[in-house]
Design a protein around this ligand. Structure first.
Ligand code: XUL
Ligand code: CO
Length: 439
């Protein structure tokens, strides 16, 4: 950082193994160690989210921000934005992650007009590009903040105000161009306020048509400028709106197919959004994976006793094991990755807490990866699943799966037999006990 380090007294975080007493070291994340023949860093592709880590203030509905960030000296917003880029890259380098993700308005100040906002973004992108070249750290995906400014009060692409739609289009055009210039591996659509509070005043069909038109324009523009990064759609069922159109993976995939976007867009799945939709993240990963829409992950966790998007850092190894088991099963995340869309608690206000938070999350996923790989290597779980479905490997099952049976032929089969063979036990408790033998 110009004028010295921001995180004084904190050096590069290294792998020291499970026995270390150093809490600023990794116990499980060993970037180059091979798992299933591939370095951990290439399985996990960790990213830091700029909006939480560099811009999170700790403010909540009951009080203002609490974060102590000595480098936040105020003054000219563009100067401050540039200084923050230095701090961000010091953090990324010390942590040893390969990627970061950003919102346009979180890296650069909006200014007083679209033209000025674009100029600010270009200036900050110059600085981001210099640091990327210096460090080799890359942009996992970019996105646009289409929800904070009052012009987005009714949403952006689904707004009842056509000029809001037009402004959002211009903003996303620029954000894709900057993402492209920075070599971003992807671009994420996050609904923000794309949804409704009240159906009486809402033309749902028109709003969803507009959202699809907007995404098609983004895809067309990417093609026009040669951006080949992956587009992602990030499900979230509610908050701030009562209902959001990107509710969950199944809803998003249906939307993409209904509007002919399925070849261009995959899912960016977030743990806390899954729980808000009444799912576990394993459900979302499995659903998207089996449909060929598994793209990227926004890693965090909610609180079982708090009903909103608390975006906490994930530390639960059982959950990261579930996640990595599904991710390995569907061939990994690249060009996506694991982006910590998570924030330190309001009470954890010192800069060092940013390190503890990310180190814990990275170690939890590294452990989940190792455990999931061990489960796959001995195949005990898969064997139990195969046994549960063994009847489907019979001649009858094979014929049904191949599409060569009908209701009439199955009726004949069952009239002849009189009843189905009794089912076998689901053995859920056995499955759960076997999982625990790996932990
Ligand atoms: C908010 C959220 C966003 C997206 C990117 O709930 O998850 O930060 O990940 O806009
Ligand atoms: Co997210």
């Amino acid at each position: 950082m110009a004028g010295g380090e921001a995180f004084t007294g904190i050096g590069k975080v290294r792998y020291e193994g499970p026995a270390t007493k150093n809490m600023l070291a990794f116990r499980h994340y060993d970037a180059e160690a091979l798992v299933e023949g591939k370095p951990m860093k290439d399985h996990l592709r960790f990213a830091v989210s700029y909006w939480h880590t560099m811009r999170g203030t700790g403010g909540d509905p009951f009080g203002p921000g609490t974060m102590v960030r000595p480098w936040e000296t105020g003054g000219d917003p563009l100067e401050m934005a540039l200084k923050r880029v230095d701090v961000a890259f010091e953090f990324l380098e010390k942590l040893g992650v390969g990627f970061y993700c950003f919102h346009d308005r979180d890296v650069a100040p909006e200014g007083s007009s679209l033209a000025e906002a674009n100029r600010h973004l270009d200036t900050v992108a110059d600085a981001l590009e210099r640091h990327q070249q210096r460090t080799g750290i890359r942009l996992l995906w970019g996105t646009a903040n289409l929800f904070s400014h009052p012009r987005y009060v009714h949403g952006a692409a689904t707004s009842c105000n056509v000029e809001t739609f037009a402004y959002a289009a211009a903003q996303v055009k620029k954000a894709i161009e900057v993402t492209h210039r920075l070599g971003g591996a992807g671009y994420t659509f996050w609904g923000g306020r794309e949804g409704y509070q009240c159906l009486w005043n809402t033309d749902m069909k028109r709003e969803m048509d507009h959202l699809a038109r907007f995404m098609h324009m983004a895809v067309d523009h990417a093609k026009a400028i040669g951006f080949t990064g992956q587009f992602y759609f990030e499900p979230k069922p509610r908050e701030p709106m009562k209902h959001q159109y990107d509710f969950d993976a199944a809803t998003c995939i249906n939307f993409l197919r209904a509007y002919g976007l399925e070849k261009h867009v995959k899912m960016n799945l977030e743990t806390n959004h899954a729980t808000l939709a009444g799912h576990e993240i394993q459900h979302e990963l499995e659903y998207a994976g089996m449909q060929g829409f598994l793209g990227s992950v926004d890693a965090n966790t909610g609180d079982t006793l708090v009903g909103w998007d608390t975006d906490q850092f994930p530390t639960n190894v059982y959950m990261t094991t579930q996640m990595m088991y599904s991710i390995l099963k569907y061939g990994g995340l690249a060009p996506g990755g694991i982006n910590f869309d998570a924030k330190v608690r309001r009470e954890s206000f010192e800069p060092v807490d940013l390190f503890h938070a990310h180190i814990g999350g990275m170690d939890a996923f590294a452990r989940g990866l190792k455990i999931a790989a061990a489960m796959r290597a001995d195949g005990a779980i898969q064997k139990l699943v195969d046994e549960r479905y063994a009847s489907w490997s019979s001649p009858l099952g094979t014929r049904i799966e191949a599409g060569s049976e009908s209701f009439a032929s199955l009726e004949r089969e069952m009239l002849a037999k009189g009843d189905a063979t009794p089912c076998t036990s689901g053995r859920q408790e056995l499955f759960e006990n076997v999982i625990n033998t790996y932990l």
